[in-house]
Ligand binder design. Structure first.
Ligand SMILES: NC(=O)c1ccc[n+]([C@@H]2O[C@H](COP(=O)([O-])OP(=O)(O)OC[C@H]3O[C@@H](n4cnc5c(N)ncnc54)[C@H](OP(=O)(O)O)[C@@H]3O)[C@@H](O)[C@H]2O)c1
Length: 411
């Protein structure tokens, strides 16, 4: 399954390249890659130079639409280009490990989308099928997904390239400001509650374990989990130089749309989940005795909600990534703001809404790309590194194991 890797330069500082913009290759030409191409255009000191996918025509049409100068024929061709210093990995979960290992081998710095690793039947002989993958023991899933994430961290370390885990929550202005306030408070973070919820993914792929590697807990809950692990890590490092780590996880998962009272006429949340949960909640216990309660849900109407509440010994903070009410709008009917993007997953534009003034800013996407650029160019450790992506993978799959076996899982 592993592709041939083209090896080019290695090392963190490429002489003669530091004055020019960071040259980024996009790997993947789908939904996320389009969003990233738009975001990279707004980042000073960086530019997307090339794109690839497995289908040359898809990469070529993406390059034409997005103004990317080079559509590489495939991954090897993109990685063999000496003018590319870093890659932004926007491929499906199944391909993360292989692509990251090849990129590290080629000496490219790496930004890898979330989840860093997932269980999608990669340990099975031949082409895995839906029924077989969804039925795999959660302990096996955890072992395989964690091993993949560990291999990615190892590959980057061996080649001394930056591996950043692309968790936008960690970079969101509200969460970064909150982290600063926690540090200045002198107090301790006792309880964190965070969730990402909306009315459901309509992508066929997100409905099957075979493609997605999990449901709402992985797809949505991974965001608050990532932020919680980051905040506790930072709290410990600042206090006495040692990270506060997750030590155990308890969880529940469910498909809430199995409710027999739901009908096609009145139900507005996504349905048709094959074998993944559309609701998941986990309680994470940390080494200092604090707790994090994180959940992801595909059952909330009214637009995307991404929130994190931080209760401390001498403070309380509430981070709103979405919605935030910098702008509140009222429309007397659905058509008033026709053609305008108001916010992600808003099911109706009639009545009150909170149009996002700059979603890429408030969600942390811009700060995330800037942090990656600075880590590559300045030699700093990215705020959200591969180790953090690995830790999130471990917590999410421990949560699946906990939910399946009805017990707390020690990490
Ligand atoms: N908020 C977030 O952080 C966020 C949001 C959305 C998605 N994501 C993540 O982004 C990833 C991609 O999701 P998506 O929705 O963009 O999927 P998508 O629309 O299906 O796009 C995937 C792209 O990757 C290409 N591809 C697949 N395997 C490849 C390989 N081995 N080498 C090179 N290109 C390959 C595909 O084209 P070919 O078939 O031509 O190869 C396609 O262009 C997933 O891991 C998802 O979890 C994260």
């Amino acid at each position: 399954m592993h592709a041939h890797c083209c090896v080019t330069g290695s090392g963190r500082y490429l002489l003669g390249m530091t004055d020019s913009p960071l040259s980024v290759g996009l790997i993947g030409a789908g939904f996320l890659a389009r969003a990233r191409a738009a975001a990279w255009r707004k980042i000073a000191g960086a530019e997307v130079t090339a794109v690839c996918s497995r289908t040359p025509a898809r990469a070529a049409s993406f390059a034409g639409d997005e103004g990317v100068p080079i559509a590489a024929a495939d991954l090897d061709e993109l990685l063999s280009r000496e003018d590319i210093e870093a890659v932004d990995v926007c491929v499906p979960n199944r391909a993360h490990r292989e692509v990251v290992e090849c990129a590290a081998q080629a000496g490219k710095h790496i930004l890898c989308t979330k989840p860093m690793a997932a269980y999608v039947g990669q340990d099975m002989e031949g082409e895995p099928d839906t029924a077989a993958v969804g039925a795999v023991d959660r302990a096996v899933m955890m072992e395989v997904a964690v091993a993949d994430a560990e291999a990615m961290v190892r590959a980057a370390r061996e080649r001394d390239v930056v591996l950043s885990y692309a968790e936008n929550w960690i970079h969101a202005p509200s969460i970064q400001r909150a982290a600063g306030l926690v540090a200045s408070s002198g107090g301790s973070l006792l309880e964190m509650r965070g969730w990402e919820s909306h009315s459901g993914s309509h992508s066929e792929y997100s409905m099957q374990w075979l493609h997605a590697g999990g449901g709402a807990l992985l797809r949505l809950g991974a965001h608050p989990i990532g932020a919680m692990l980051y905040l506790k890590r930072e709290e410990g490092l600042q206090r006495d130089g040692s990270a506060i780590l997750p030590v155990s996880v308890s969880a529940e998962v469910a498909d809430l749309t199995q409710n027999a009272a739901l009908d096609d006429e009145t139900c507005r949340v996504a349905r048709g989940w094959v074998d993944v949960e559309n609701w998941g909640c986990c309680v994470i216990s940390f080494s200092d005795g604090s707790r994090g309660v994180a959940y992801g849900s595909d059952n909330k109407l009214g637009g995307m909600q991404s929130k994190l509440e931080l209760s401390g010994s001498n403070f309380h903070l509430e981070c709103n990534l979405s919605p935030n009410d910098m702008l509140r709008a009222y429309a007397s009917d659905e058509g008033v703001f026709e053609g305008e993007y108001l916010m992600e997953k808003l099911d109706s534009a009639a009545g009150w809404s909170t149009p996002m003034t700059d979603e890429s800013w408030s969600s942390g996407q811009f700060a995330m790309l800037e942090d990656f650029r600075d880590a590559v160019r300045g030699g700093s450790t990215p705020r959200s590194d591969g180790e953090l992506g690995l830790a999130v993978t471990r917590v999410v799959y421990a949560a699946y194991l906990s939910a399946a076996e009805g017990r707390r899982v020690d990490l």
